[in-house]
Design a protein around this ligand. Structure first.
Ligand SMILES: C[S@@+](CC[C@H](N)C(=O)[O-])C[C@H]1O[C@@H](n2cnc3c(N)ncnc32)[C@H](O)[C@@H]1O
Length: 212
């Protein structure tokens, strides 16, 4: 049976990325606060790292500035920043201790493309990301509401959801139609349980990656 890391490697065979993800695991292990219930190394590779990045293997998701709402222990924002070191990422986290951890982790990892904001995302102003992510933070209607001051240039929202996302989408269907947006669901392959919910404007091109 393949280990969690080997499964991850079958999707992202990139030694530099793997080295940095190993280091991020060590940073988590030595963190002064508890940031995740997942402690096992191979579980980390599947439940945090592969979960954060799998969708980027399915679609070529372009962005210049991505904001990760409620980044917590850095997911999905830090793995995305490690995968795309030439693109800008802002991690927004309302709890100071978690934001402090994110600052230390990004410094340790040498991530020059990441900024950490310690605030509620509702308070953000004058930052206009073209891409917004959130995993395990709030319902879709809340996420739209909370980010409305900064989302006027957002082409794509990527929400990491469970299977029962349809009800949440029904609650924002009017907003989606009014803004001429589309919804795409990508279910992670078995045995993983994840429904990536991509809500994007019609001028954003969602390009499937060629499987290699
Ligand atoms: C369940 S945790 C998920 C953390 C991370 N995204 C993950 O998937 O591991 C939700 C995080 O969102 C943060 N959060 C909740 N509401 C927020 C808001 N309005 N603005 C910024 N962060 C928020 C919480 O402090 C918490 O760290």
């Amino acid at each position: 049976m393949k280990s969690g890391k080997e499964i991850f490697k079958s999707y992202f065979d990139n030694e530099n990325l793997l080295e940095l993800l190993d280091y991020f695991y060590e940073i988590h292990k030595n963190a002064p606060i508890n940031l995740t219930a997942i402690k096992d190394y191979d579980d980390f590779y599947i439940k945090h790292y592969l979960d954060s990045l799998y969708i980027f293997k399915i679609y070529n998701l372009n962005f210049q500035l991505l904001i990760d709402i409620g980044s917590g222990g850095g997911f999905p924002g830090i793995p995305i920043a490690l995968l795309y070191p030439d693109r800008n990422i802002i991690l927004v986290e309302s709890i100071k201790k978690k934001a402090d951890f994110l600052r230390v982790a990004t410094k340790e990892l040498g991530l020059k493309n990441v900024e950490v904001i310690n605030d509620r995302c509702e308070n953000m102003r004058n930052i206009y990301p073209d891409f917004i992510t959130a995993r395990g933070v709030a319902t879709v209607d809340k996420l739209f509401k909370w980010t409305r001051n900064v989302s006027r240039e957002t082409k794509c929202f990527l929400f990491y959801k469970g299977e029962k996302v349809d009800e949440e989408i029904k609650n924002v269907q009017k907003f989606i139609n009014k803004n001429d947006m589309r919804v795409e669901y990508v279910r992670m392959e078995e045995p993983f349980k994840r429904t990536y919910t991509i809500i994007y404007r019609n001028d954003y091109s969602l390009c499937p990656r060629k499987t290699d």
